[in-house]
Ligand binder design. Structure first.
Ligand code: GDP
Length: 424
C-alpha cells in the first residue's frame, strides 16, 4: 500500500497523511495479528514433541506479544512540536494563534515554572494532568500555576522546571474544532530559555521525540546566546532536527523602524547563518521556508474575531502581508511535521513488521521441513512394511501351492494304496 496513491488536494493534506499512515499501519498489524493467531492455533493442535519444538511455539507467542505492544504504542504516536524562546517573545500567543483559540494563558510568565503540553481530548470539557499522573486537575488551575506552585494548599504538587503539565483541550470545543489537535499534533510550550536553563535534562525528557522545533524570537532584538546554545545542544543530540524561526512582533518592528527592509535583511542573514552554518540543520535552498516574519498577536486576534470570540481585532499597518506570512509558516510547518513524524515514528514500526514476518517465515519453514522429514520417514516405513507384507504373501502363496500339491499327491498315493489293497 503506498501513501502516494492516496493524495488529497486540500489544505488538510499533510496532517491527514499522518493519520492515514497510522490507519494503514493499523491494518498491516491487524492482519499480522490474525495470521499469528492462526499459526498459534495450528501449532496448538499439533501434539507436543512432534515436529513443532517448544522454542518455535515460544517464538510465535513472543511475536504475538510484540504485535500487541506495538499496536498500543502507535495508537498513541503523535506529531510533536516544541516551542522555544525567551519569555515574552510570544510563544503562548503563537500557539494560541495556531489553535485559533486562547488555550494557554498569555503574558503571565507562566512558562517560568514548567513545560506545558497541549494535546487533544475526546471529552467535551478540558482538564489538566501532571505528567503521567492520571489524576485530572481542573482547567481553571492553568491560569494560576505561578501562584499554585508557591501555595502549599495547592491542588498541584511540587514541580521542577523540567516537569510537565499536560493540557487536554477538547478536539471539538464549543468555540470551534481544533484542526491541529484533531490530527494528533501535540504542542509543547517550554519555560523561557533565558531562565537558568537546564538544557540537557529538558532535551532528554521532552525533546528526543520532537518532530519540529519552533524558535519564537523577538524581531526587535537579535538571538541571544542562551537561545543559540539551546539549539546547539539539540542539534548535537538529535540528528538534523527540523527548526523553524519565527520573528515575532514584526508589527511592532514595522511600526517603529524606519528602514524595515534593511532590518529584515540583517535578520535573515543572521538566521540563515545560524541554521545553515552553525547548526547545519538545513541547506541554503531549504532555509527560505524556515524563517518567517510574523505577528502572532494580530493573527490570534483576527482568528478569535472570525469565531466571534472578540469584537475587535488588533491590526497594525501591513497586517495582511504578515497574516499571509503566518499562513505560509503554517503550511510549511504542517508539511514538515507530518513528513518527519511518518518517517521517524512509523518507519520503525514498519521495519519491525518486516522483521516479524521474516521470523515467522523461518519458523514456519523449519516446521514444514521437519513435517516433510517425518512424512518421508513414515513413507519409508510404510514402503518397508508393504514390501515385507508382499514377501509374506508370496511365501504364503508358494506354501499354499506346495501344501495343495502335497495333499493331492498324498491323496493320490492313498487312493492308489487303497485300490491296490482292495483288488489284491
Ligand atoms: P511567552 O512568554 O513567550 O509565552 O509570551 P506571550 O505569548 O505570553 O506574550 C507576551 C506578551 O507579548 C503578551 O502580552 C502578548 O500579547 C504580546 N505579544 C505576543 N505576540 C505579539 C506580537 O506579535 N505583537 C505584539 N505587539 N505583541 C505580542
Amino acid at each position: 500500500y503506498s501513501l502516494k496513491n492516496s493524495r488529497r488536494v486540500n489544505d488538510n493534506e499533510p496532517l491527514l497523511r499522518f493519520r492515514e499512515a497510522k490507519k494503514v499501519l493499523g491494518d498491516v498489524y491487524g492482519e499480522l495479528k490474525d495470521n499469528v493467531a492462526e499459526l498459534e492455533g495450528v501449532y496448538k493442535e499439533i501434539k507436543e514433541n512432534d515436529f513443532v519444538s517448544t522454542e518455535q511455539r515460544e517464538e510465535i507467542e513472543a511475536i504475538r506479544d510484540s504485535i500487541k505492544t506495538i499496536m498500543d504504542t502507535f495508537q498513541r504516536d503523535n506529531m510533536k512540536v516544541v516551542f522555544f524562546g525567551r519569555t515574552s517573545n510570544g510563544k503562548s500567543t503563537t500557539i494560541n494563534a495556531m489553535l485559533h483559540e486562547k488555550v494557554l494563558p498569555q503574558g503571565m510568565g507562566h512558562t517560568t515554572c514548567c513545560f506545558l503540553q497541549v494535546e487533544g481530548s475526546e471529552d467535551e470539557v478540558g482538564h489538566l494532568q501532571l505528567d503521567d499522573n492520571p489524576q485530572k486537575i481542573d482547567m481553571k488551575m492553568l491560569g494560576k500555576i505561578g501562584h499554585a506552585l508557591s501555595d502549599e494548599n495547592s491542588e498541584l504538587p511540587a514541580m521542577g522546571q523540567d516537569s510537565l503539565l499536560r493540557v487536554f483541550h477538547p478536539k471539538q470545543s464549543q468555540n470551534g474544532d481544533c484542526r491541529l489537535l484533531q490530527n494528533d499534533v501535540v504542542i509543547l510550550d517550554s519555560p523561557g530559555v533565558d531562565l537558568s536553563p537546564e538544557f540537557d535534562s529538558w532535551i532528554d525528557k521532552h525533546c528526543l521525540d520532537a518532530d519540529v522545533f519552533v524558535l519564537v524570537s523577538n524581531a526587535e532584538s537579535t538571538l541571544t546566546q542562551a537561545e543559540k546554545n539551546f539549539f546547539l545542544r539539540v542539534a548535537k543530540k538529535l540528528s538534523k532536527p527540523n527548526v523553524f524561526i519565527l520573528n515575532n512582533r514584526w508589527d511592532a518592528s514595522a511600526a517603529e523602524t524606519e528602514n524595515i527592509e534593511e532590518v529584515k535583511k540583517q535578520h535573515l542573514t543572521r538566521f540563515r547563518q545560524f541554521l545553515v552554518d552553525e547548526l547545519e540543520v538545513c541547506s541554503e535552498r531549504e532555509v527560505n521556508d524556515r524563517i518567517f516574519f510574523v505577528s502572532s498577536r494580530e493573527v490570534l486576534e483576527s482568528r478569535l474575531k472570525a469565531r466571534g470570540l472578540v469584537e475587535k481585532a488588533y491590526q497594525a499597518e501591513g497586517h495582511g502581508t504578515r497574516a499571509l506570512e503566518f499562513q505560509n509558516f503554517e503550511r510549511h510547518f504542517e508539511q514538515c511535521i507530518s513528513k518527519s513524524a511518518i518517517h521517524t515514528k512509523f518507519e520503525a514500526h514498519n521495519r519491525r513488521a518486516h522483521e516479524m514476518i521474516g521470523k515467522m517465515r523461518l519458523n514456519l519453514n523449519s516446521v514444514l521441513t521437519s513435517a516433510a522429514e517425518q512424512r518421508s520417514k513414515l513413507q519409508n516405513e510404510l514402503n518397508e512394511s508393504t514390501r515385507t507384507f508382499n514377501e509374506c504373501r508370496v511365501n504364503f502363496t508358494q506354501f499354499e501351492k506346495a501344501y495343495r500339491d502335497q495333499t493331492e499327491q498324498l491323496r493320490a498315493e492313498v487312493h492308489l494304496k487303497v485300490s491296490a489293497d482292495f483288488f489284491e
